[in-house]
Design a protein around this ligand. Sequence first.
Ligand SMILES: [Zn+2]
Ligand SMILES: [Zn+2]
Length: 245
Amino acid sequence: MTFIKGIVRFAGLIWPEKCLTCPESSVVRFPGRMCPDCVKSVKKIQVNTCSVCGVGLEFEYEIETGDKYRCGDCRLNPPPFEEAMFALRYDGSVRSLVHSLKYNSERSVAPVLAQLGEDRLVPFISRWPEAVVIPVPLARSKLFSRGYNPSYLLARSLCEKSGAKVTEGALRRTRPTKPQFNLNRKERLKNVRGAFAVHNPSAIKGKTVIVFDDIYTTGATVIECCKVINREKPEKVFVVTLCRA
Ligand SMILES: [Zn+2]
Ligand SMILES: [Zn+2]
């Protein structure tokens, strides 16, 4: 054991670290600064999902790797991206961690969340080592009040392990938008319409682009980003979000 590790272990005996999602439990084990019960309660996305938008499919048998099933919506109304990938259900301890990251200024939660989703997201991102990963940008006012963009922190943690490059600033918000959580699908689409603009077209033209966000609910935000990005003639556009609501 190195000297530093010894000190950390000794400090841990005096001030046991609390679990990030159930603070009454002080029996925290790595990985992830969460207690074993909270880690176990994390719901991963099921296997049987639409290969484009990730909605759960209405049949039971397991889809073989490489099979591409599309739901009725995506057949009728193909979204402006090739494929979307998500890792976690937006529920329970994941929801409270995302909340801490977005609203309680706990930026140290980002690598913990990334770690929970990495088994699904890192292999997906690694399929395009030359890809440009673009986190959904925040409005300037929000960026200044929070001090960081949660999606950028998550993307950076995940991309460290996949070799892809995270590019901030290729896309910008042109105006602030209302929070999406209490809007329906139609209102969400309207809320984000025209809210993004490409700031650096050369970062996009001819490239494989991965639009990254924290949560996919109706897809309104990432769909709007993809529409704007598609005008700059990328090679292909994919969507990756940590959670699916
Ligand atoms: Zn816990
Ligand atoms: Zn679909």
